[in-house]
Design a binder for this molecule. Structure first.
Ligand code: F0G
Length: 457
């Protein structure tokens, strides 16, 4: 019989988390205007707001931090990280930035102009915002299966090649490059198959367009390929990642995910055609090209983290963690985006609150209920995040009401997941008593971060 898949690490340093009473949480959420973004993190028991920059570093990483060379130009730490990144990606040019969105801004400012159009499976919010800020249209072309939460498909992150080709034919002149996000965060942390990456790159090449990958979670994507795509079961994950990179001309990375660090990002490029423009932008926006907004010690931690993020025992455990929670949710009759993604589980709020009108924001209501019931913090991906209030006071709503529970790396153990599954099941039991919310104050853009709410009824 298969044994329990244990965490492939032991704990050397601990950080207490604080239990609160339900009464306290009622008061705290009230003070936070029913918006979990406004809670103090120390009032949260299990913080699954994001997997970005929130993970635990290893003893090797903390050791490497002491090796940081803080020279302004030409630091040893830069060359050490450059060598690691060249080995993993096969790309000769490495440009450090302080996080993923800075890499996007620096790259897009050099490559795009107003009126351009960039296809992707799904653009992450900051990727879309950085493009739109430059007057560029961001087209999301994930396969139709990728938009159906309950449908099981091994590679729901694949891009729809038919639609890409139609766009290249009709609008080719506007397209400076194609993008692909691995894994597809906005679509549920779903992987992209090697076959799809290969075919997309080939198609772009036929039209003379480069491929830029968004590689925040490339190691998780490579592990999914190993586990699900025929022909890769015996290929080392590092070789799978190398093949993924071999089809690309460049990439942006938020190292706060599979880089296993709390801060960092970078751009990699296969050739030097854009390099001068990018470096000039970098110096203006981030810093000198050998540190790019990071300290030498951050570069050292990342050099170790990138290697640890590709460890197969770690990755197997990592993907199993989400799957494990999924099994418990299934048993409790709670819907979620299937199959479970790499870094997160996306609960389908409509399966818990089927009768709640969308105008009462069911996924937001579920998010509040998880905090009140068990001190768990997730993030709503529904009509608060993607809906809009129009000038006449009416609202547009999102097509899905999801609640993302994103898991910091190497931080929570199986008993935290068991506890969370118990809390979610209890919330479902008590669904009839969950109240919806209304927005009483909101900013014009990105309203979910700062909006204030009141209970309905
Ligand atoms: N691309 C993807 C696919 C992302 O998921 C993120 C960040 C970024 C780019 C931007 O990177 O945060 O380092 O500037 N995602 C986080 C999340 C914030 O919670 O999903 P960043």
């Amino acid at each position: 019989m298969a044994k329990t898949m244990i965490e492939p690490f032991r704990i050397k340093s601990v950080e207490p988390i604080r239990m609160t009473s339900r009464d306290e949480r009622v008061r705290l959420l009230d003070e936070a205007k029913l918006n979990v973004f406004k809670l103090r993190a120390e009032d949260v028991l299990i913080d699954w707001l994001t997997d970005s920059g929130t993970g635990a570093m290893s003893s090797r990483q903390w050791g490497a931090i002491m090796e940081g060379d803080e020279s302004y130009a030409g630091a040893r730490s830069f060359y050490r990280l450059e060598a690691v990144i060249r080995k993993i990606t096969g790309m000769p040019h490495f440009i450090p930035t302080h996080q993923g969105r800075a890499a996007e801004k620096v790259l897009f400012t050099a490559l795009c102009k107003k009126g351009n159009l960039v296809p992707n499976n799904c653009h992450f919010d900051t990727t879309r915002a950085n493009l739109e800020y430059l007057g560029v249209e961001a087209a999301d072309l994930v396969i139709p299966e990728g938009l159906q939460p309950g449908l099981v498909h091994p590679f729901k992150g694949d891009i729809d090649l038919g639609r890409v080709e139609a766009l290249l034919k009709a609008e080719g002149g506007r397209i400076p490059f194609g993008m692909l996000t691995v894994t597809n965060n906005t679509g549920g942390g779903q992987p992209v198959s090697m076959a799809n990456i290969r075919a997309y790159a080939k198609l772009l090449k036929q039209y003379g367009k480069p491929l830029i990958l968004d590689i925040c979670r490339f190691a998780e994507n490579a592990m999914f390929i190993k586990m699900r795509e025929p022909g890769y079961a015996n290929t080392p994950v590092a070789d799978i990642a190398a093949e993924m990179f071999s089809y690309a001309d460049g990439a942006t990375m938020s190292a706060k995910k599979d880089g296993m660090v709390n801060i960092g990002g970078f751009i990699v490029l296969r050739d030097d055609r854009w390099l001068d423009d990018i470096r000039n932008n970098l110096i203006m926006m981030e810093g000198f090209p050998t540190y790019g907004g990071l300290a030498g010690r951050d570069l050292e931690a990342l050099a170790v983290g990138l290697e640890e993020g590709l460890d197969e025992d770690y990755l197997r455990y990592r993907l199993r963690t989400a799957e494990y929670l999924g099994e418990k949710l299934d048993a409790a009759g709670i819907g979620f985006v299937k199959p479970t993604g790499g870094h997160a589980v996306y609960l389908d709020a409509r399966t818990v609150l089927p009768a709640m009108p969308v105008a009462h924001y069911p996924a937001w209501a579920l998010c509040n209920a998880l905090y009140l019931e068990g001190g768990i913090r997730g993030v709503e991906i529904g009509s608060v995040m993607f809906g809009k209030r129009l000038d006449d006071g009416s609202e547009t709503y999102h097509k899905m009401e999801l609640l993302r529970l994103a898991f910091p790396r190497r931080m929570y153990t199986q008993s935290h997941f068991d506890y969370a599954a118990e809390v979610i099941a209890e919330v479902k039991e008590r669904a009839a008593s969950i109240r919806g919310v209304k927005i009483v104050k909101q900013p014009k853009f990105l309203r979910h971060f700062t909006a204030e709410f009141a209970w309905v009824g």
